[in-house]
Design a protein around this ligand. Structure first.
Ligand SMILES: [Zn+2]
Length: 408
């Protein structure tokens, strides 16, 4: 399976040639950047849990040396190199792969509407009360022994939603002295430059309901869908008055039934030139609950509201609701899969550049294995399997093929 994967990478992505652009700032490197980076790619493809597990793996199988084209690096060398890697090179590689996937039509939209949707969302990576670095964010946490400083990292991630595969386009670390929206704006500027045609609609959390980022998206030719919370006083009150005068649309689906209110042409989003539209949905979801040993059917009501720059002539309210929920993809399908199966929140090397480089490599591994899995495995081999299965196939090749001679 691994040989097939390698051939696929060459045929579709001219992979080796592209790796030549990877560099780092080590003074006297013994092992080329590409070989070190391939090890990290292997770490994610095989879903290994630590650099030591990786070191163990490369020592026990000769197959690695063939793949890397050199002696495999130690865990220390991998960490040291990634902390010095040129991030622009890794980003460029990621972008080239994504563009190739799109050109090959291996990227599919789930909805019928002629729009691609991306989400920007913050994600906390891990926390520690002892180990920290120059890029750590801090907060005070109350404990029984008084307040304690907690160190953590937060990444804003741009990922496609309602798309298969849900490609991670780029990510940006939140700096110690900045708010998440500032980080997101920096990321957005880079994403629209590197991926101009990958999406037309950007969905955002309530936290991002600020004129500057909405205007930035509009200026780049993107439309936005932002969660509206009651805290956004003016907009919410304005819409609320009109809600009472508007008849909702009723949609009854198999999973949930919705009442959707659609209020277009609002001009109370201070700082945004364009009129916006508020959509509110009240959703009734049936729930089965076990009470005193018996299953009972209950319903749960949830209320949601979004602000969008898309007028009703262009996109139906029900679609906005769907996109608004699709942002959870980043939580449910994207982030959850990345955390559970790809160790997104794993600290392989606690150093700012290394953290970014590892996660960008994860994005590459995620894209490559997703397209290989869906386009190159026979439906029978895929049936009922998750992509974790692919990792096990690749691992069985890379871990067992030829145990190395350990004699000195
Ligand atoms: Zn840190």
């Amino acid at each position: 399976m691994f040989a097939r994967f390698e051939r696929y990478l060459e045929k579709v992505f001219q992979f080796r040639r592209r790796l030549g652009a990877l560099t780092d700032h080590r003074r006297t490197p013994r092992i080329p950047t590409q070989a070190v980076w391939l090890c990290v790619l292997g770490l994610y493809l095989l879903r290994l849990r630590s650099l030591n597990a990786l070191e163990q793996a490369v020592r026990t199988s000769r197959r690695w040396a063939t793949w890397l084209g050199t002696t495999p690096p130690s865990a220390d060398t991998i960490g040291y190199t990634l902390a010095r890697v040129d991030l622009a090179g890794v980003r460029a590689l990621l972008a080239q792969i994504h563009h190739r996937i799109k050109r090959n039509k291996a990227l599919r939209r789930q909805g019928l509407e002629p729009f691609w949707v991306a989400a920007l969302d913050g994600h906390e990576l891990w926390t520690s009360r002892s180990r920290h670095c120059a890029g750590c964010l801090t907060r005070e946490v109350p404990t029984a022994q008084g307040p304690v400083t907690e160190y953590y990292h937060r990444m804003v991630v741009c990922q496609l939603v309602e798309a298969t595969p849900p490609l991670i386009l780029d990510l940006e670390p939140q700096g110690p002295a900045e708010g998440e929206v500032t980080t997101a704006r920096r990321l957005l500027a880079r994403v629209v430059q590197n991926f101009p045609r990958f999406f037309q609609v950007l969905t955002l959390d309530a936290l991002y309901l600020e004129a500057p980022i909405v205007n930035q998206a509009l200026a780049a030719g993107k439309e936005v869908v932002v969660v509206l919370k009651q805290e956004a006083r003016h907009l919410f009150q304005d819409a609320h008055g009109l809600l009472a005068l508007t008849a909702p649309e009723r949609i009854v689906g198999p999973q949930r039934s919705l009442l959707i209110w659609d209020i277009p042409e609002l001009r109370t989003f201070t700082g945004v030139e364009r009129p916006v539209r508020v959509i509110r949905s009240v959703e009734t979801v049936p729930r089965r609950r076990r009470v005193a040993g018996h299953w009972t059917q209950e319903t749960q009501e949830q209320e949601w509201a979004w602000v969008t720059t898309l007028p009703p002539e262009r996109v139906a309210a029900a679609t906005i609701v769907r996109w608004g929920h699709a942002r959870w993809d980043i939580e449910n399908r994207g982030f959850n899969e990345l955390v559970q199966h790809w160790h997104l929140d794993h600290c392989f090397k606690h150093e700012p550049t290394a953290i970014e480089a590892f996660l960008l490599t994860l994005a590459v591994a995620f894209a490559l294995s997703s397209v290989f899995f869906s386009r190159n495995l026979k439906p029978a081999a895929r049936a009922g399997r998750t992509r974790v299965f692919l990792a096990s196939l690749l691992a069985s090749d890379l871990m067992s093929a030829g145990v190395r001679n350990r004699s000195p």
